[in-house]
Design a protein around this ligand. Structure first.
Ligand SMILES: [Zn+2]
Length: 153
C-alpha cells in the first residue's frame, strides 16, 4: 500500500512539477528569452477579447509596435475578426490551448487535440499555421515537455 502511494505521488510529480521546474526555472526545451538583451518582446495571452483586444490593437498600431498574441482556440472561433485584424496588422499569433485549462489536469491527447484544433482555427482565419505555443500559466506536463512536436514553446 505504501509503495502504491509513493508510486502515485512519483508519477504525479513526474507529469507536473518536474517538467514545470525544468522549463520555467531552467529554460529547458522552451524559448525563454532572446539573445539580444537590448530588445523586448510584447506578448499578450488569453484573448481575443471583444472589449480589450481592439483597444490594445489600436494602441499598438498608434505606436507602431508589433506583438505576439497567444490566443485561446474557443475565443478565436468566437471572434475571428479580431484574429484577422491581428494578422492584418502584422502581429504574430500563437496558441494558448483550445480552452484555458492547465495541462497538468488534462490528458496528453486532450492537450494535443486542443493545440491541433487551435492551430486549425488560426490557420482557417489567417492562412498561416502558428509555430509558437504557450501553455496556460506555463504549466507543461511531461508529454508537452518531451514531445514538443512542431511548436516552439
Ligand atoms: Zn493564460
Amino acid at each position: 500500500m505504501e509503495f502504491m502511494i509513493s508510486a502515485i505521488i512519483f508519477f504525479i510529480l513526474l507529469y507536473t512539477v518536474i517538467p514545470y521546474f525544468l522549463s520555467r526555472s531552467l529554460g529547458v526545451n522552451v524559448v525563454k528569452r532572446g539573445r539580444d538583451l537590448s530588445k523586448i518582446a510584447f506578448t499578450f495571452d488569453d484573448g481575443p477579447n471583444p472589449v480589450y483586444t481592439p483597444i490594445l490593437l489600436d494602441l499598438l498600431k498608434k505606436n507602431e509596435v508589433k506583438a505576439t498574441f497567444f490566443v485561446v482556440g474557443t475565443k478565436a472561433e468566437k471572434y475571428p475578426e479580431l484574429i484577422q485584424r491581428m494578422h492584418n496588422e502584422g502581429h504574430l499569433i500563437g496558441i494558448h490551448n483550445y480552452v484555458h485549462h492547465s495541462n497538468w489536469f488534462m490528458s496528453p491527447w486532450k492537450v494535443r487535440n486542443g493545440v491541433k484544433n487551435t492551430a486549425k482555427v488560426i490557420k482557417s482565419i489567417t492562412g498561416v499555421t502558428p509555430i509558437y505555443y504557450r501553455p496556460p500559466w506555463g504549466m507543461l506536463n511531461l508529454f508537452d515537455f518531451m514531445r514538443r512536436g512542431k511548436y516552439k514553446i
